[in-house]
Write a protein that binds this ligand. Structure first.
Ligand code: HEM
Ligand SMILES: *[C@@H]1O[C@H](CO)[C@@H](O)[C@H](O)[C@H]1NC(C)=O
Ligand SMILES: *[C@@H]1O[C@H](CO)[C@@H](O)[C@H](O)[C@H]1NC(C)=O
Length: 531
């Protein structure tokens, strides 16, 4: 107490003796900073740091462009260390380091308690936010589901139906010369389809009148606020006081929960009527009848549902949006794709002895009939023949991975293959967005959109999942990869065959900082029909 008063008097009224002390303190501070700077004198890589607060200032200053800030750093140094007040963030972009973290030493790099505590309010104990036994159990059940042919056939039908719905809306929009936000439309489509495939319910956000969608809005809001926690040291205080972003979060979560619990109740009611269903939620409800399964409460089902929504909706929709943007900005690639789709249509029709319906693009009815006809030719096998489309999707994901960075919490001290020391408690993050843009990974044209790089001797080639990390790699690799490609190919085959897009003049396209790489202001376009 006395000490405190004394310090206070130094500051408030510097008498000669306290003035001296003041100098001493200032000198100590000054030399500490000097020593810190001296220690960093040979440091040519990594962000600028300060004593105590580490690189917080740099991180905050660059928050809105963080992915590109990381590109800048990681292109100079394959591993970038960002010291922060209570932890260290280590960003990696080199495949052998990534393999070490995601596979070789998997058990040392779970999501970790830090990540789990930040995301818990939204994801709860669902698969994305679970480690250990809880994760393993959900992984097992879900991978069993994804492997089933039943689910694949069901998904194919659903994806086709919703892709046609989306095309009809585009047709309507092109007739009326309205602008439309493609990201919003894709989000509606993927939300409707994940709800149908995952939980067997029809929620109809892709109706022609495009109804307001409070669930989707609240869900995005919650996701953004939760992401902010990673760099906002004050969030716990804000949450305690229920002010600012954390108050908004509370309201958003309420909307999200209401929607989710009502979906679960609906499903359980139908279940009582003895209608056997094969959707993913039903499977977990069934398992939940075993008390020790861990899926027996509505809360655990809520977590499962929300994790699948975040897994299946945002990732696919943002990828479709960036894909559309790539076509707008690369007309030569768009033309190449159009040619592939035209000849695909003709060949499939010939193969099945079907006559293609002649249409006039100014006659909407014949146009829509032709769309339905092409849709009828699309299924899992025939879509496999669209190799330029597949390559262009992979190329989009290389440059605009839906999950741009993905942190893991180190449980014990470790050393990465490149010699970087990892302290227990640090966050080690592999950065797909940066990885796709590194010349040391992809060569001098790394930053260009070139679907052609996915071909070798005329056939599609794959790359190591530790280099092309859009779907993660190792034991926790994305479970929905094939399903996502199926939906994206189905949708884009129809959309890119029959429509052309122009960006609304001056519409800004850049990402929003959240766990998913979505477009901050959506993708506003003008649509026209093609012959
Ligand atoms: C373009 C589309 C997609 C991309 C880029 C993508 C990417 C990813 C990534 C990066 C992860 C790892 C996240 C983590 O650290 O836990 C992941 C996990 C997962 N994804 Fe996907 N995903 C996509 C679509 C889907 C779809 C459509 C589904 C299912 C409906 C799905 C289901 C899952 C599941 C269940 C996991 C958790 C796996 C685990 O933790 O064991 N994904 N995905
Ligand atoms: C076209 O859009 C309008 C709203 O702009 C909607 O009322 C109408 O039902 C739509 N028609 C079709 C065929 O989708
Ligand atoms: C994995 O991490 C542990 C620390 O948990 C370390 O002791 C071990 O050497 C690492 N294993 C490999 C294969 O690098």
């Amino acid at each position: 107490m006395e000490e405190d008063n004394h310090l206070l008097s130094i500051v408030l009224s510097p008498s000669p003796s306290s003035f001296q002390k003041c100098i001493v303190v200032a000198l100590a501070l000054f030399s500490w900073i000097l020593i810190h700077k001296w220690n960093q004198r040979n440091k040519t890589v990594g962000p600028k740091t300060w004593p105590l607060i580490g690189a917080s200032i740099e991180l905050l200053k660059n928050y809105e462009r963080m992915h590109d800030w990381l590109v800048d750093h990681l292109s100079v140094s394959k591993t970038t260390t960002v010291p922060l007040p209570f932890t260290t963030y280590i960003y990696i972009a080199e495949p052998s380091n990534v393999e070490h973290v995601l596979k070789t030493n998997f058990s040392n790099y779970p999501k970790g308690e830090l990540y789990r505590s930040y995301m818990h309010v939204l994801l709860g104990d669902g698969i994305f936010n679970a480690d250990g036994e809880m994760w393993r159990k959900q992984r097992k059940t879900a991978s069993f589901e994804f492997a089933s042919k039943n689910l694949r056939d069901f998904s194919t039908t659903v994806f086709r139906e919703y892709a046609v719905k989306l095309s009809n809306i585009l047709c309507n929009v092109s007739v009326n010369h309205h602008d439309i936000d493609m990201q919003d439309l894709y989000m509606r489509m993927t939300l409707d389809s994940i709800c149908k495939v995952g939980f067997g319910v029809e929620i109809g956000t892709l109706s022609p009148n495009l109804p307001d969608n409070s669930f989707a809005q609240a869900f995005d809001e919650a996701n953004t606020v939760v992401t902010l926690r990673f760099i906002d040291p004050l969030w716990r205080i804000k949450r305690f006081l229920q002010i600012g972003s954390e108050a908004l979060l509370e309201r958003s979560i309420k909307v999200v929960d209401d929607f989710t619990y009502s979906m679960i109740r609906r499903r359980k009611a139908e279940w009582k009527n003895n209608k056997m269903k094969h959707d993913i939620l039903s499977r977990f409800i069934e398992l939940g009848k075993e008390p020790e399964s861990g899926f027996n409460s509505d809360k655990s089902l809520r977590d499962i549902v929300l994790n699948f929504v975040i897994a299946g909706r945002d990732t696919t929709a943002t990828t479709l949006s960036w894909f559309t943007y790539m076509l707008i900005t690369h007309p030569d690639k768009a033309e190449k794709l159009y040619m592939e789709l035209k000849s695909f249509e003709e060949e499939r029709a010939k193969e099945q002895n079907i006559k293609l319906i002649p249409y006039d693009k100014d006659d909407v009815q014949s146009f829509e009939r032709r769309i339905s006809q092409l849709a009828g030719l699309l299924n899992y096998d025939s879509l496999g023949k669209l190799s330029y489309l597949t390559a262009a999707i992979s190329e989009t994901l290389r440059l605009y991975p839906a999950v741009p960075q993905d942190p893991k919490g180190a449980t014990r001290d470790d050393v990465l293959p490149d010699g970087t020391k990892v302290k227990a408690g640090s966050l080690v993050t592999y950065v797909p967005y940066s990885m796709g843009r590194m010349e040391y990974n992809w060569g001098p044209d790394a930053k260009s959109f070139k679907p052609e790089r996915w071909f070798k001797d005329g056939a599609l080639q794959t790359f190591s999942p530790f280099k092309f990390t859009a779907f993660q790699a190792g034991p926790r690799i994305c479970l929905g990869r094939d399903s996502a490609y199926l939906q994206m190919k189905m949708t884009l085959a129809i959309v890119c065959r029959f429509f052309e897009f122009k960006l609304v003049p001056d519409h800004p396209v850049h990402y929003r900082m959240m766990t998913i790489l979505s477009m901050a202001q959506g993708l506003k376009v003008q649509v026209s029909r093609r012959t």
